[in-house]
Design a binder for this molecule. Structure first.
Ligand SMILES: [Zn+2]
Length: 157
């Protein structure tokens, strides 16, 4: 209360509860003459505001974490169900080319049904060719036709 006694009289009157209002605005700048109680109250208000912000952020963060975890569990569960329905778990080699390495879970993008286990190369090719068998046959034919031309040329020579 020593601080209060040092402050001017008119200010002290206004400072009973809150800082003075000058030109319609409260003069929070006169912090140095606030009573310790007022200082504590303001501090609590500011702290609560900050704490509330942190609580909200933590809640959002927890929810996001939970959502991600749930999604992962659901995905794994679905994969297991599909594998069980298909009757076969992940092999060490590709179903098509028989190569090892990273084996992908290949599924039909329309029906969402498991098709087989492919290496990343085979899986990428299917994706790039939009799962179109005609296009893939055309490509195979294109390569074979080139091979035939090459053979014909080498026979002539
Ligand atoms: Zn393959």
């Amino acid at each position: 209360m020593d601080v209060e006694r040092e402050a001017p009289k008119e200010v002290l009157d206004q400072m009973a509860n809150l800082p003075p209002v000058v030109d319609g605005r409260r003069r929070w700048t006169s912090w140095y003459i606030l009573t310790p109680e007022t200082k504590l109250r303001m501090h609590k208000v500011l702290w609560n505001r900050k704490a509330e912000k942190i609580r909200r952020w933590a809640k959002r963060h927890r929810q996001r974490h939970r959502d991600r975890l749930n999604a992962a569990v659901r995905e794994r569960h679905t994969k297991k169900l599909i594998e069980a329905a298909n009757g076969r778990s992940k092999p060490s080699v590709c179903d098509v080319c028989g190569r090892g390495g990273r084996i992908c879970f290949d599924h039909c993008h329309n029906s969402n049904i498991f098709r087989g286990w492919l290496c990343s190369s085979c899986n990428t090719v299917l994706g790039l060719m939009m799962d179109n068998p005609t296009l893939l046959r055309e490509l195979a034919g294109y390569l074979e036709r080139f091979e035939e031309t090459l053979n014909a040329v080498s026979k002539v020579r």
